[in-house]
Design a protein around this ligand. Structure first.
Ligand code: ARG
Length: 589
């Protein structure tokens, strides 16, 4: 990833210095990648790890360097001088430990307080991205898998937006296909007077209807025929069928929107039906490129290394999930001009996306080199498990109501606040807002803090624990910092102008170092599309802050101004982390 603009992260500035040093020492080996990473030992803040690799190449051939350590010494000496570096030292096998100048960090943090944290946003070298997430299916349940996709996808979209990428947040809802002919026909047969508005639990009803229509479809050949004709009518635009389809979609959509509104997640629906008119020409293009062949009556794309091909036209001539996804990908690349397309679904769909991306690379829509733009990435995630270790269900019945689950998170949080006596000192709406921030924040954080590829167990007690690695704990930690600033009685904006920030105590310096790493964490989180990287950073930030606060007196000390500025910087960065994780920060708790 490249960074342009005024505020290049420390790690990248160091990488540029190392690159210069390598270029001057080994001009014949131009283009060697500098290896700079945050340091995990106490001898440095960052580390350069190039020496060993270079040594293995030049061993016995160089008269200048007799050991990897000598290579490290050579690189360290060749580093151009920079206000960023305080000093360097070279450890045994040639690792260069770099200590960053405290003065540099002080200035950088102070400037961020004045210019805002947006000034630290790394530049990713891309303009527009599509994030395809949530994407539940009409007339079917929106299950916890869709909730995971919603939470992870929103966080990825937010990180990209922070980096000034224009994000098209796409809800690729399953709103098309033969099942709608079946469902509508069943409805017309069995419930001729069906009126969506008169149904109390319209969505539950819809799912039940879906089930029975499927049963009938499988058992009754006559009905099967009728349903197939219904598909033709629906797809041909028959008014009655079209209206019924729209009604069905709107019932499901209302249910989905309830979840999105609570979670404050913004999505733009462009469902499968949207791409339907474009499918034939896209398939034609793939055919003209020689990618499609016949297999057992179907039209398929063979994928290198896979035994099973990707079916793009079914034996009956109809289109499927893959035809739609190929078309959506074509549309996003060629019409919407996206540089990066990210799909957030369970890992079960990895192979599907692998095959779709393969076809798109062969068609020349995606760059042949997967690291080049335009690119597409599948962000897979594991299962949500219940206390029994099985797939999580919120109810014993078949319908999973995500709204119920969010209600419970909120009401438990509210009870927690009432137990702490907040009911007596807060207005009702303040209590409600805090309960929502805590409850929904807890659900999101519990999901995001795990590496997304692993399964995790849904557990209310754990996620709402004030002492664990939870959103609740972190929201309290943030509110406490805000209360320190409030209690000082100082105008923080005034202090930013007149005061200065010093990282004199070792724990002040530790905190400052953690703060300046923020943009690097965002780069890392986006490189792997792992929001848990941000969770880990946020949790560490609150721990490092606690260490600072327990050793460095703030209010009433001679360093008060500087320390208040440091508190403010920590709070600003915590809030941005919350924002990126979709959690609403609270200023008092
Ligand atoms: N509707 C699908 C499901 O519930 C997810 C769609 C994901 N997006 C896509 N472009 N295929 O499994």
């Amino acid at each position: 990833m490249t960074t342009s603009g005024g505020c290049v992260p420390a790690r990248q500035q160091l990488a540029t210095l190392v690159k210069d040093a390598l270029g001057s020492l080994f001009p014949e080996d131009a283009g060697m990648e500098p290896l700079v990473a945050a340091c995990t030992n106490k001898f440095g803040d960052y580390q350069c790890n190039n020496a060993m690799g270079i040594w293995s190449k030049i061993k016995g051939k160089s008269s200048e360097f007799k050991s990897p350590n000598a290579v490290g010494q050579g690189i360290a000496k060749a580093l151009p001088s920079s206000p960023l570096i305080e000093k360097t030292s070279v450890a045994g096998p040639g690792f260069i430990n770099i200590i960053v100048s405290s003065r540099w960090m002080e200035e950088r943090i102070h400037k961020m307080l004045i210019d805002g944290l947006g000034s630290w946003a790394p530049s990713l070298g891309l303009k527009r991205a599509v994030v395809d997430f949530s994407s539940p299916n009409i007339a079917k349940e929106m299950h916890v898998g869709h909730l995971r996709s919603t939470i992870i996808g929103d966080s990825i979209a937010k990180m990209l937006e922070y980096c000034n990428v224009e994000v098209l947040r796409r809800n690729h809802v399953g709103d098309w296909g033969t099942q709608f002919g079946m469902l509508i026909e069943y409805l017309f047969n069995e419930y001729p007077n069906w009126d969506q508005n008169s149904e109390e639990h319209a969505v539950d009803k819809l799912q039940a209807l879906y089930k029975s229509s499927k049963k009938r479809f499988d058992e009754d050949p006559l009905f099967k025929k009728q349903a197939q004709q219904a598909v033709v009518l629906l797809q041909g635009g028959d008014k009655r069928y079209r209206e019924a389809w729209e009604q069905i979609c709107s019932i499901s959509r209302n249910e989905f929107d309830q979840v999105y509104n609570r979670l404050r997640v913004v999505l733009e629906e462009k469902g499968e039906s949207f791409y339907n008119p474009y499918i034939p020409s896209v398939i034609k293009e793939l055919e003209s490129k020689g990618l499609v062949s016949e297999s057992e009556g179907a039209r398929v794309i063979h994928v290198e290394g896979q035994n099973i091909p990707l079916i793009v036209v079914k034996t009956d001539g109809g289109f499927n999930y893959a035809s739609t996804d190929l078309t959506a990908l074509w549309y996003r690349l060629n019409v919407e001009k996206a540089d990066w397309i990210v799909y957030v679904t369970d890992v079960g769909q990895s192979l599907h996306f692998e095959m779709v991306f393969y076809a798109a690379r062969r068609a020349g829509w995606l760059a042949a080199d997967v690291k080049q733009l335009p690119k597409a990435t599948h962000v897979g995630f594991g299962l949500v498990l219940g206390p029994d270790g099985k797939r999580f269900r919120t109810r014993a019945t078949e319908v999973v109501r995500l709204a119920d689950l969010l209600d419970e998170a909120k009401s438990r949080s509210e009870q927690g606040l009432v137990d702490r006596g907040r009911e007596d000192i807060w207005e009702a709406d303040e209590l409600e807002q805090a309960a929502e921030a805590l409850g929904y924040g807890a659900v999101k954080y519990a999901d995001l803090k795990n590496n997304r590829t692993t399964n995790y167990t849904f557990n209310f007690d754990q996620m709402l624990d004030v002492r664990g690695n939870t959103a609740v704990y972190l929201l309290y930690a943030h509110a406490r910092i805000c209360s320190i600033i409030r209690k000082s009685g100082k105008d923080i904006d005034e202090l930013k102008k007149i005061g200065s920030l010093r990282l004199a105590h070792e724990n002040e310096r530790l905190l400052g170092l953690h703060l300046i790493r923020f943009p690097e964490i965002i780069e890392d989180a986006l490189a792997d599309l792992l929001p848990n990287t941000v969770c880990e950073y946020l949790y560490n930030l609150s721990e490092i802050f606690t260490k600072f606060y327990s050793t460095c007196k703030v209010i009433g000390s001679s360093e008060e101004t500087s320390r208040l500025l440091l508190c403010e910087a920590a709070a600003v960065i915590m809030r941005e982390c919350f924002e990126l994780l979709g959690i609403t920060p609270l200023y008092r708790l």
